[in-house]
Design a protein around this ligand. Structure first.
Ligand SMILES: Cc1cc2nc3c(=O)[nH]c(=O)nc-3n(C[C@H](O)[C@H](O)[C@H](O)COP(=O)(O)OP(=O)(O)OC[C@H]3O[C@@H](n4cnc5c(N)ncnc54)[C@H](O)[C@@H]3O)c2cc1C
Length: 469
């Protein structure tokens, strides 16, 4: 693509933004052609220009120009997404919001905060910690991802089993529509924690993956920080025991803040990568995290240990920070262990995020194992079993075309398996480009209604084209 210096688009944008926040350079634009997905590493979708706005007025003026000239606009946070969501499928403008990163207000009296889209998740929680508060959704990418990206993808993490996903914490949004119009959802001047007035447009924008507008401010709900935490680790000879044990914990009236599974493939990968962790050789390990006040954490930890012993499983639980870190160590290195499983290959992010009904988790893991054998691709499976969200780390040599071809076939099988078992192709990471081929299969004629909503808000189709629909 030729250098676009002094192109009409660049000239127009420099009238809206300080020229230092208008990126035309070839090399710098290349950085914006990918995110963390394997698909974006294979193909290059170069933006014509990258803009770094830092006010709602600037975003609105950019959108007015883009709308009038029918130029595609792709919003971007940190680019940690796994779906090509922030990658400009049709070129045009990439709007990088990561430098617009101020916490505007912590309204501790009303248990909420106002932030700009580029605030990094871990930074927000550090900031809220000073007030004894936190923002519960907890993606593994906490040190990278922005709150704008989390809202756009409705992100969540290990603690979704107790605390839910981002959508449950978004009270209102300021959004710049494709036409440049600025709207505020959740009530123009509202600071209440509940609001059922009107159609809930906040929910419409959460999870819309940048296809309906640019999120420029977020009013989010914050929670008091739990005072205590405990970790239990249980190992099972048979994989099928693990989901039963999870259900037994629920039946006992306990809602842990995290329930993670490492299957045999993950246990092996961790022991190879860090032999000193020395996880027991078995078909499945469950890790429970409980949080709350010290008395309840103690009671819940004891109960979980007792339930696990009945399975029977070997179990240990602790509230000692050092011991908890040791118990959790395997889970915390599993992604790195998968990435280093073979010297000539790495873990790629493709088919990595299915979510399965709880009663089908063991069955799905067995099928995925045999699919891996069929396509001769190593699969390391782990994830948030508490809500059925399985992360399958697929390990290949990305430079080997035959392996890449087999990977594509395996990913397709995994996605279709999830839908066949009554689950979804994505529990956390979203659709973007990589899973849009399954939208019709997942949603049927409801997809058409999504398209109608999209067209109503974005009649020219300039907002993040080539995604979801
Ligand atoms: C190591 C690793 C671990 C991860 N773990 C998790 C996890 O546990 N849970 C999870 O949910 N995800 C996880 N992810 C995926 C990713 O981090 C999340 O989807 C995250 O929310 C993306 O945020 P981002 O700022 O990087 O957004 P980007 O990747 O830049 O963009 C993601 C989407 O949001 C849109 N977007 C971004 N900002 C805006 C805005 N201001 N307005 C409108 N649209 C916008 C983009 O157009 C794109 O469609 C992980 C990723 C990595 C690399």
């Amino acid at each position: 693509m030729p250098q676009i210096k002094d192109h009409y688009l660049a000239r127009a944008m420099k009238k809206i933004l300080d020229p230092s926040r208008v990126i035309e350079d070839d090399l710098e634009r290349t950085i914006y052609s990918c995110d963390s997905s394997f698909l974006s590493a294979q193909s290059r979708y170069l933006p014509d220009i990258v803009l770094l706005p830092r006010s709602t007025r600037e975003v609105s003026e950019i959108m007015i120009f883009a709308f009038e000239n029918s130029i595609p606009v792709t919003p971007r946070g940190a680019g940690s997404g796994e779906t090509c969501g922030c990658v400009p499928a049709k070129g045009g403008i990439v709007m990088d919001l990561s430098t617009w990163n101020t916490v505007e207000e912590v309204d501790a009296q009303n248990m909420q905060a106002m932030v700009r889209p580029g605030v990094v998740h871990s930074r927000l929680n550090e900031h809220l910690g000073r007030f004894g508060l936190f923002f519960p959704p907890d993606p593994g990418s906490t040190r990278m991802c922005t709150i704008g990206g989390m809202v756009a993808n409705n992100s969540s993490g290990m603690r979704a089993v107790k605390y839910g996903t981002t959508e449950q914490y978004i009270l209102g949004l300021e959004v710049v529509l494709p036409s440049g119009e600025i709207i505020i959802t959740g009530g123009k001047n509202c600071r209440s924690l509940k609001n059922v007035s009107g159609i809930n447009l906040t929910k419409l924008f959460v999870g819309s993956e940048g296809t309906l507008g640019v999120i420029t401010q977020i009013r989010l709900r914050v929670w008091p920080r739990p005072r205590a935490r405990g970790i239990a680790m249980a190992s099972f000879d048979k994989l099928e025991q693990a989901p039963v044990a999870v259900l037994d914990v629920y039946k006992a009236g306990i809602l842990p803040s995290g329930i993670e599974i490492l299957d045999q493939s993950a246990i092996r990968a961790i022991n190879l990568y860090r032999p000193e962790i020395n996880l027991p050789s078995c078909e499945a390990i469950l890790l429970f995290e409980v949080d709350g006040n010290p008395a309840s954490v103690h009671w819940e930890g004891e109960q979980i240990a007792e339930i696990m012993r009945k399975q029977p499983a070997r179990v240990e639980w602790s509230t000692d920070p050092q011991r908890m870190a040791a118990l959790w160590q395997g889970r915390s290195v599993v992604a790195a262990a998968a990435a280093r499983l073979r010297p000539d290959g790495t873990r790629v992010f493709a088919g990595e995020d299915i979510c399965i009904p709880l009663n089908k988790v063991a069955e799905s893991l067995r099928i995925i194992k045999s699919l891996g054998e069929e396509y001769q691709i190593q699969v390391v499976a782990y994830g948030h079993i508490g809500d059925g969200n399985i992360h399958t780390a697929l390990v290949i040599n990305p430079d080997n075309p035959d392996e890449v071809d087999r990977l594509g076939k395996l990913v397709d099988k995994i996605h279709r398996l999830a839908i066949d078992l009554g689950g979804t192709t994505t529990g956390e990471h979203g659709v973007g480009m990589v899973r849009s081929a399954y939208s019709l299969l997942e949603h049927g004629n409801t997809l058409e209604q999504m398209r109608i909503v999209k067209t109503a808000l974005d009649p020219k189709g300039i907002m993040n084209p080539g995604k979801i629909y």
